[in-house]
Design a protein around this ligand. Structure first.
Ligand code: 5GP
Ligand code: MG
Ligand code: MG
Length: 185
């Protein structure tokens, strides 16, 4: 487990430690295992941010499952989600009649997931739900979709670690933290 002294110098504050995350993932895995007994579960992770969460979550689920991956890229302003996304890598699997659970790193506006859910729904899965590790569920802000499984709520700050990047860095941090403002400028 990471020591306080081992914290990355670009991180201002650790929001969720490795231990916090392990407990959340274990709880989510138990919820999903209970709900998907006897179903035909397919976990679909959105590359690349959800990879770390996917790896942990799938090992905390004890019903049979398959995994697949999608990569999307959003159009327009990089800092703000437009909700218009292009599929860069599509599923390898046919999801018709199967129970799809989209695995996401963080839900902010929810526009990316709204688009994905609409796209995947058109392929006629038996069911489709969302498991997000973090949810920026803050007052006065409404997400475009409602995730069924949530690791934890998160303040409306830019966070990195546990798969989440800034300019493709910090994905390997085992905790979730807020970046120091000087890193952006
Ligand atoms: P949404 O469409 O829900 O507004 O945006 C979701 C996507 O934006 C996430 O999957 C993630 O890639 C990115 N994102 C949103 N907030 C953060 C954040 O605080 N940190 C990082 N690293 N990415 C974020
Ligand atoms: Mg994501
Ligand atoms: Mg990113």
């Amino acid at each position: 487990m990471i020591e306080q002294g081992a914290m990355h110098p670009d991180i201002e504050q650790v929001l969720f430690t490795e231990e916090d995350i392990a407990a959340m993932v274990k709880r989510m895995g138990a919820e999903i295992s209970r709900d998907y007994q006897g179903k035909d579960l397919v976990l679909i992770a959105v590359l690349r941010g959800a990879v770390v969460f996917m790896g942990d979550l799938m090992r905390s689920i004890d019903v049979p499952l398959a995994i697949d991956f999608m990569a999307v890229s959003s159009y327009g302003d990089k800092a703000k989600s437009s909700g218009v996304v292009r599929i860069v890598k599509d599923l390898d699997m046919d999801i018709k009649g199967r129970d799809v659970l989209i695995v996401e790193d963080i839900l902010d506006s929810g526009l990316t997931l709204k688009y994905l859910m609409k796209n995947l729904s058109s392929r006629n899965p038996a069911s489709i739900e969302v498991a997000t590790f973090l949810w920026k569920d803050v007052e006065g802000k409404q997400a475009a979709i409602n995730p069924k499984y949530v690791g934890t709520h998160c303040p409306d700050a830019f966070v990195v670690g546990y798969g989440l990047d800034f300019a493709e860095r910090y994905r390997n941090l085992p905790y979730v933290g807020i970046l120091k403002p000087e890193v952006y400028s």
